[in-house]
Design a protein around this ligand. Structure first.
Ligand code: PAZ
Length: 353
């Protein structure tokens, strides 16, 4: 199991990051002359732009992970997690980001492992990760968890050791049984290429694969050929940005890359009234198995499981929330049940489980 340390290439495992930008030049450059006037579809996108460095090596690690679990006839889930960035310059100084910390994805990954799945965790670099999530982005510095003994050695402070021991046992089991592999992205382009590579690699698992697309992926970006080379200068006064729509890769994902697997997408909205209609529209349009709808402000308490046949909610009570129950501990068993039923029904490629 690898960690997402600062690293030179997008998607590499122990060293998961986009390449560092080349050194800045002394002056700003105009946008590239090769400008397009319209947005591109996914086919044109993948045939026009090269894969980010590191995509193939990350893909080879996923091939090996998939082969290992295929031999064991274990189910494998791809969990995408965290937010993508949208760089504004090729030598990136500024980028657009979003709110996602990766809580949903990291917590869900743990629950899937608990349910017997192996997990491919495709996450935003430095977002929350399974098992370490309780300790990395918390208000405590890691040193706050330590305690110095009189003999000079260190131990975990007694008030944290119970929980930490439980997490450690789960982490070590996942590690020793090779149940978790982590790969990271930074930009939306890293994400798109890694998603294509990983889902294609997983297609050999057929119905034993689940795709759980919880990452907050930007809907808009600046394609490379419309991107300015160097740092945008403030001397021009106000800044106007024009962003293209990100190609809808859920189309090839459902139709081709992951067509034999169980596909769960998420729909995030801030207006409750449009959540269910938009979730249903996504199902009708893309023809996958399930959309999990959530509202930004209530996403840790309430989610809606939307299929073409039914709309069901999973909701935690205030008391459960106060006790620290995590909604993913309810979502994942529900998904496992749906995955079982879907396989039992002969893994139909269309419609609800
Ligand atoms: O990362 P997080 O736990 O803070 O948030 C999770 C989430 C809201 C990003 C996820 O549940 C989700 O809805 N992802 C898809 C977002 C979208 O509509 O693109």
């Amino acid at each position: 199991m690898s960690t997402a340390a600062t690293a030179p290439t997008a998607g590499s495992s122990a060293t998961n990051a986009s390449p560092p930008p080349p050194p800045p030049s002394s002056s700003s450059s105009p946008p590239s002359p090769a400008r397009r006037t319209s947005a591109v579809g996914w086919e044109e996108y993948f045939s026009t732009y090269p894969a980010p460095p590191g995509t193939d090596t990350a893909g080879a690690r996923i091939d090996a992970f998939v082969a290992f679990h295929a031999r064991a006839q274990r189910r494998v889930v791809l969990v995408t997690s965290g937010g993508t960035t949208v760089p504004l310059e090729k030598n990136t100084v500024r980028f657009i980001d979003n709110f996602s910390a990766g809580t949903r994805g990291a917590t869900s990954a743990e629950c899937f492992i608990e349910a017997g799945y192996a997990v491919i965790f495709l996450h935003r670099q430095f977002s929350l990760q399974p098992y370490s999530r309780d300790y990395t982005h918390s208000k405590n510095c890691f040193l706050d968890y330590m305690h110095a003994r009189a003999d000079g050695t260190l131990e975990v402070d007694a008030k944290y050791s119970g929980h930490m021991k439980e997490v450690l046992a789960k982490y070590q089991k996942a590690k020793s049984e090779n149940l978790l592999i982590m790969e990271s992205f930074i930009t939306v382009e890293d994400y798109l290429f890694l998603l294509r590579r990983f889902t294609t690699a997983m297609s050999v698992l057929r119905e034993n694969a689940m795709y759980y697309l919880a990452a907050a992926v930007s809907d808009f970006f600046v394609p490379k050929d419309k991107m300015i080379e160097h740092k945008i200068q403030s001397s021009g006064g106000h800044l106007e940005l024009q962003l293209d729509p990100v190609p809808k890769v859920i189309v090839p994902l459902v139709e081709t890359w992951a067509s034999k697997g169980f596909i769960v997408s998420f729909k995030l909205e801030t207006e409750p009234a449009i959540l269910i209609p938009k979730s249903r529209r996504a199902l009708e349009r893309y023809n996958h198995q399930l959309v999990i709808g959530n509202i930004l402000s209530t996403r840790k308490k309430l989610v809606t499981m939307v299929t073409l046949d039914a709309v069901e909610t999973i909701e935690l009570s205030d008391a459960e929330l106060a006790q620290g129950v995590e909604i993913e501990s309810r979502i994942i068993p529900d998904l496992v049940r749906r995955h079982d039923l879907w396989i039992g029904d002969g893994a139909p490629q269309h419609g609800a489980p």
